[in-house]
Design a protein around this ligand. Structure first.
Ligand code: ADP
Ligand code: MG
Length: 246
């Protein structure tokens, strides 16, 4: 079995802007192995979301090769891309994109409904996933009654519902305060490690950089540096180790 989940080589991407093509990704090389937790960091406008969208088969690269889980996704038809996204990739967004009218458990069940899974097994699985993110006692609360940090954990549980191999998160802590952002990312890291999931997080929140196995820095559409950060399992630093308490 191929243990590379992401193999990207020579990828470029431009957007049309008023008749001109603006190049926003330039010759990107990126390999990510199974179970790794990779953070893409860099200033606003450096191309992070564009790269994440290419990894998630939401956007197509202009050139280069993009293999996700051994699939040459640039060859996929739009239908094949949609199916691949639904079955293999879990997405997490800055603003959670939960359904306000639904409970936490019902939100987590949404991907099961889309995949046509039976209701009763979906419910059990949703409760299991919510327990993994520490929200077992909030399963039947409407998400509007939860704190921002708890809502993002619901979104993490939902991202895992379809048992995707790859989790992609775009600025997942941008709506959270320091401590709930840290706790949510720690939960994400721990359960992805337990389930051997691969995670790519886009962020410019330096408070959570310590949670990455690898930190890749983007600037002006290029990967300009990489840092290994990996604290060993069970040795994840606490916020108080990182930020002085004032
Ligand atoms: P980041 O996530 O690092 O802030 P993005 O990938 O969102 O960066 O954007 C990279 C560059 O591409 C920015 O200059 C942005 O303005 C531009 N851009 C992003 N999306 C579009 C789009 N749909 N059309 C035109 N330009 C875009
Ligand atoms: Mg962005």
């Amino acid at each position: 079995m191929n243990d590379q989940v992401i193999q990207v080589s020579g990828v470029s991407k431009s957007y049309q802007a008023g008749g001109d093509a603006a190049l926003v990704l330039r010759d990107i090389q990126l390999n990510v192995g199974r179970g790794q937790c990779v953070y893409l960091v860099g200033p606003s406008g450096s191309g992070k979301t564009t790269l994440l969208s290419i990894l998630g088969c939401v956007l197509s690269a202009d050139s280069g090769s993009v293999e996700i889980l051994g699939n040459d996704v640039r060859r996929f038809s739009p239908q094949e891309q949609a199916r691949f996204r639904r079955e293999k990739i879990g997405f997490v967004f800055q603003r959670f994109h939960l359904f306000d009218a639904l409970t936490a458990a019902e939100n987590v069940c949404v991907p099961f409904d889309l995949l046509g899974r039976p209701k009763s097994s979906s419910r059990d699985k949703a409760l299991e996933l919510l327990a993994m993110v520490g929200l077992q006692d909030k399963a039947h609360s409407r998400v509007t009654r939860l704190s921002m940090g708890q809502r993002q954990r619901v979104a993490f549980a939902r991202a895992l519902a379809g048992e995707p191999e790859l989790i992609l998160a775009d600025e997942p802590t941008a709506s959270l305060d320091a401590e709930s952002g840290f706790n949510a990312m720690q939960a994400l890291k721990q359960f992805c490690r337990e389930l051997d999931k691969t995670v790519v997080v886009v962020t410019h929140d330096s408070r959570i950089f310590c949670m990455a196995d690898r930190l890749l820095r983007l600037a002006d559409g290029r990967i300009v540096g990489e840092q290994a950060v990996a604290p060993s399992a069970g040795d994840v630093p606490r916020p108080s180790d990182l930020f002085p308490v004032v």
